[in-house]
Design a protein around this ligand. Structure first.
Ligand SMILES: [Zn+2]
Length: 261
């Protein structure tokens, strides 16, 4: 069984002491490719070093909405040139809106739109972080597609929306990625969303080191090997085998991020 973890943060401090054993465990679990996300462009060098250490890892460059206040005028140029300088960059992000922890709508929107422009120019998919902001993210993506006349490609990562919101992003052509939150017992809306996403738009991720899935939920640190539990839960919710989910999500990730197995 081959799995792809489409969203990891392995450059965080908690992985530094034992990254080699973390890797052995993801290899044993069948994780054949990983997409490393990026919360701010200053991380580029540390992520690039990990990507060069582990050939199965590709990565993104971008600025997280909760860091939007760090945006400077020359950052668009910086993200553009970093992304074009490195063949292992397969996406721009993570970008988006987060009104759960912040309310600086104007700044977040400006930074989000600036990064959509870079992705479109470089023909790269976007990784979208959306928390308590589905309506606003939908509106921005819809406006973008209407005004440019070209569809954006991308993924709603660590998705936590209702089936209705999920449908909005499917209609926009986006992929929907489920994380450990889909294994949480009370996450009824996420369960319903995981059951209704069309097969060719389904992705899985850990978002590690955050959000360890059941049965590892008590652990302080999540890791890529645990994407297997996400696959198992998604399979259960859809009445499919875990092998079928692994196969489908691996194909989908290869298509979206242009990965070759
Ligand atoms: Zn992330």
């Amino acid at each position: 069984m081959q799995l792809i973890d489409t969203h990891v943060h392995l450059n965080f401090d908690s992985f530094q002491p034992d990254l080699a054993s973390v890797r052995s465990r993801w290899q044993e679990a069948g994780v054949v490719r990983l997409v490393h996300s990026c919360v701010e462009p200053a991380e580029f060098t540390s992520i690039q070093a990990i990507a060069h250490q582990f050939p199965e890892l590709s990565f993104a460059v971008g600025l997280h909405p909760l860091d939007a206040e760090k945006w400077y005028n020359d950052w668009a140029d910086k993200i553009r040139s970093l992304a074009s300088s490195e063949p292992k960059v397969v996406a721009i992000g993570e970008m988006g809106l987060d009104f759960y922890k912040a309310d600086n709508y104007v700044t977040q929107r400006m930074v989000f739109e600036a990064q959509l422009a870079i992705a479109s120019e470089l023909h790269l998919p976007v990784i979208i972080h959306c928390r308590d902001a589905a309506k606003e993210v939908r509106e921005i993506l819809q406006k973008w597609q209407d005004s440019k006349g070209e569809p954006l490609r991308g993924v709603m990562h660590c998705w936590g929306g209702t089936p209705e919101e999920t449908q909005w992003f499917l209609d926009l052509g986006f992929y929907i990625s489920f994380s450990g939150t889909v294994t949480f017992k009370n996450a009824k809306a996420i369960h319903a969303s995981a059951a209704m996403v069309r097969s060719d738009r389904l992705l899985i991720e850990t978002d590690c080191p955050f959000l360890a899935p059941v049965p590892k939920r008590g652990e302080k640190r999540n890791e890529p090997a645990y994407v297997r539990y996400v696959a198992e839960q998604v399979a259960l919710l859809r009445g499919e085998t875990v092998e079928a989910i692994a196969h489908q999500t691996t194909q989908n990730a290869c298509k979206l991020f242009n990965l070759v197995l």
